[in-house]
Design a protein around this ligand. Structure first.
Ligand code: SAH
Length: 365
């Protein structure tokens, strides 16, 4: 495997930056046949061969061209932390000196990888520690798929990663093209071959990008709802000011029609005294009756100087019971990797230049 430093060489093409369609176009551009793409993908993702010279079904001249002009480069593990429950958090170093975080969550019958889509985040959700980090830049495809690549190699074949959730650092739908190329690779039989039911993009509600996603990619969608009144959602998920609840719910209804499981998952972080009253339960029932969905209640995970507390266990249980009774399938997310700050909203990585948040917000989709 080439070192991260080689990525800095802008003349070399990183083949992990392409999904199958992109790779086929790359080869056609070289005067090659499009099927070179699937040959290459098999070597890289299935055989774990990164030395172009060892790719025996590729012509000698093409191998020489690839060696000269291309790399297969990923972020590199800088720090590994293993929690008492088996959860593993990696800080991965990117070529630009920033770090992103990925979390491996082993469970009975499945292994989930939570990955990042941006360095930092441009949205300013008040309960999320990534937001406090500011925004640096979008990850490129090789850095997104690279997290799965590195993690799978690290945990080995006996711990096959079966599920991927884009719930790490960043807002995936504000990095649309690279995220779509990455999930295409995750679901491609010549790469990871994961089921579309097991690859989930989580969004705070970037409505135009949700609509686009509905058109181009049938991956599972999770929507960070967190409040049922615009006034409160404006405050805690500020993108709501741009795409308020009625607009968001319409986009959800459209997406649910083609979603892999024909429903949307809504996420709802439980904040003590903020969004956890009886009124909120009634509001949730009213709102969620309008779209085929499941609801996932997330106990709030605190971080240094966070302005909130998690709702009490009794309150969370009351939400779960009353919502289920009302016909809305509701689960409570198990908090994992707490002792290594690997839980939802605790991923901070290391963002060197935070000054671009303002810039990115202006360009928001
Ligand atoms: N930007 C995307 C994905 C990243 S966060 C999104 O907003 O959906 C993944 C989930 O963790 C989201 O539902 C997010 O709202 C939630 N989350 C963020 N901070 C949290 C915290 N401190 N405790 C619990 N959940 C949190």
């Amino acid at each position: 495997m080439k070192s991260v430093q080689e990525l800095v060489n802008p003349k070399k093409v990183n083949l992990l930056d392409f999904d199958r369609k992109g790779l086929a176009a790359f080869f056609v551009g070289l005067g090659e046949k499009p099927f070179r793409a699937t040959q290459l993908m098999k070597w890289i993702y299935q055989e774990n061969v990164y030395d172009f010279d060892a790719m025996s079904n590729i012509s000698k001249s093409l191998r020489a061209y690839l060696t000269e002009n291309c790399v297969i480069a990923t972020p590199e593990i800088a720090v590994e932390q293993i929690a008492s429950d088996g959860t593993i958090k990696w800080a991965m170093q990117t070529h630009c000196g920033n770090r992103i975080e990925s979390v491996f969550i082993p469970e009975e019958g499945r292994n989930t990888l939570c990955i990042s889509s941006q360095i930092g985040c441009a949205l300013a959700c008040t309960f999320c520690s990534t937001a406090q980090q500011g925004f640096n830049r979008n990850l490129v495809t090789s850095e997104i798929i690279g997290q799965l690549f590195v993690a799978q190699n690290r945990v080995g074949k006996d711990n096959r990663i079966t599920n991927v959730v884009m719930m790490g650092m960043g807002e995936p739908l504000l990095n649309f093209d690279n995220v779509v190329a990455s999930v295409n690779l995750m679901m491609d039989d010549f790469a990871y071959g994961l089921s579309k039911r097991r690859v989930t993009i989580s969004t705070s509600g970037v409505v135009p990008a949700m609509d686009r996603l509905t058109q181009v990619c049938d991956v599972s969608l999770a929507v960070s709802l967190h409040a049922v009144r615009d006034e409160l959602r404006d405050e805690i998920v500020p993108i709501n000011k741009k795409y308020p609840l009625n607009v968001l719910m319409e986009a959800c209804r459209e997406n649910a029609k083609i979603a892999p499981r024909r429903f949307i998952t809504f996420e709802y972080v439980m904040l003590d005294g903020i969004n956890d009253t009886m009124e909120d339960i009634k509001g949730l029932i009213k709102l969620l009756k309008t779209v085929p969905c499941k609801l996932n209640l997330i106990p709030f995970n605190p971080f240094p100087n966070s302005p909130y507390n998690c709702s009490s266990k009794e309150t969370i249980l009351k939400f779960k019971t009353l919502l289920n009774d009302a016909g809305i399938i509701t689960t409570v997310r198990k908090t994992r990797g707490e002792d290594i700050d690997a839980a939802c909203g605790q991923l901070v990585g290391q963002v060197a230049d935070k000054s671009r948040r303002h810039l990115k917000l202006q360009n928001m989709a």
